[in-house]
Design a binder for this molecule. Structure first.
Ligand SMILES: Nc1nc2c(ncn2[C@@H]2O[C@H](COP(=O)(O)OP(=O)(O)OP(=O)(O)O)[C@@H](O)[C@H]2O)c(=O)[nH]1
Ligand SMILES: [Mg+2]
Length: 300
């Protein structure tokens, strides 16, 4: 850790909002690297992911969180909401993210979950690249300004990078004078092992039908570097034998595609060649099993 220096500023912010509004895409854009997985399907993020950004003399620390589950049905959903509560403890501010397409009831539920939060609240209106003009946002901004008190409102497009520097400038400015919490060269505190498992889960979310990704967990059983090659064995847990058959696919085609896509991303992250072996295993209703949920959670 760096020594105390009154020119150093360090702010901690959580990125929250309903599922699928682009929170993880936003985190990756802030950091300039992919550290949190994204997909078109809601409920992609399951655990808190920390991103560290050095912006001028300020260190800005972001916690990407799962989408707020308005009606948590499984133990897994409850655990996801718990991750958000943990991430909003002892921080300087939250970025509440919504989709520029409009305000929905589950945005209100996410906003209400922050009612007790006493730090700064910023509103990020994401996906403005989909709007015909920025003026189209004005009625939405007016409506929300009457309902909630946000310090500032940032219209952005995480996908294209539009207006992202404005957000970083503002957060750096209001970050408290405080010694850096991380080495300035660090971009995340997640282990490469965790990110490797997440990248495999991302390919499952992207390549499989609507329901299956929610019943899937990836566990890295071996992660070993030998002769400049990283050997990774990964178990893909599902809840039923029928799901196992879907993940494997006809003559193993599906699992092969998932493995290849994941391997290429992991190689990019590690800047090493990777041998990735995957297995599909069945563990009945792990999303309701407290022991499994505890074991599967990344430990800090
Ligand atoms: N057009 C457009 N699409 C975006 C933008 N930001 C994110 N997306 C897309 O929105 C989808 C959801 O993005 P994620 O970053 O996974 O959303 P999330 O809020 O983290 O979702 P959960 O983790 O499931 O809560 C993906 O298909 C992204 O590519 C944007 O600025 N513009
Ligand atoms: Mg996410």
């Amino acid at each position: 850790m760096a020594s105390l220096d009154d020119t150093q500023r360090c702010g901690i912010y959580a990125i929250v909002g309903r599922p699928n509004v682009g929170k993880s895409t936003l985190l990756n854009r802030f950091v300039g690297q992919k550290i949190s997985i994204t997909s078109r399907k809601p409920q992609t993020t399951r655990y808190k992911v920390t991103g560290i950004v050095q912006h001028g003399t300020a260190q800005i620390i972001f916690a990407d969180t799962p989408g707020w589950q308005r009606q948590p049905t499984s133990r897994l959903h409850k655990m996801m909401n718990q991750q958000i509560n943990n991430a909003t403890f002892d921080i300087d501010g939250v970025l509440m993210v919504i989709d520029a397409a409009g305000w929905r009831d589950d945005d209100a539920a996410a906003a209400d979950s922050l009612a007790e939060f006493s730090g700064k609240k910023f509103l990020v209106i994401n996906k403005i690249d989909r709007l015909p003009t920025r003026e189209a946002l004005l009625p939405l901004i007016d409506k929300l300004a009457q309902m909630y008190s946000f310090e500032e409102v940032f219209p952005v497009a995480a996908l294209t990078g539009a207006n992202i520097p404005t957000v970083l400038d503002a957060l750096a400015k209001c970050a408290p004078v405080r010694a850096y919490l991380y080495d300035p060269s660090q971009v995340t505190d997640q282990s490469v092992r965790f990110i490797a498992a997440e990248l495999i889960r991302e390919k499952i979310a992207r390549q499989l039908g609507a329901e299956l990704p929610y019943a899937t967990h990836v566990e890295i059983e071996r992660f070993e570097e030998r002769d400049e090659i990283v050997h990774i064995d990964a178990a893909i847990w599902v809840e039923k034998p029928s799901q196992k058959a879907i993940v494997i696919g006809n003559q193993g085609q599906r699992i092969k595609q998932i493995g290849t896509a994941a391997r290429m991303d992991i190689e990019k992250m590690l800047e090493r060649r990777v041998y990735l072996k995957t297995w599909v295993k069945v563990r009945g209703k792990w999303t309701e099993d407290p022991t499994a949920l505890e074991i599967f959670k990344p430990h800090e």
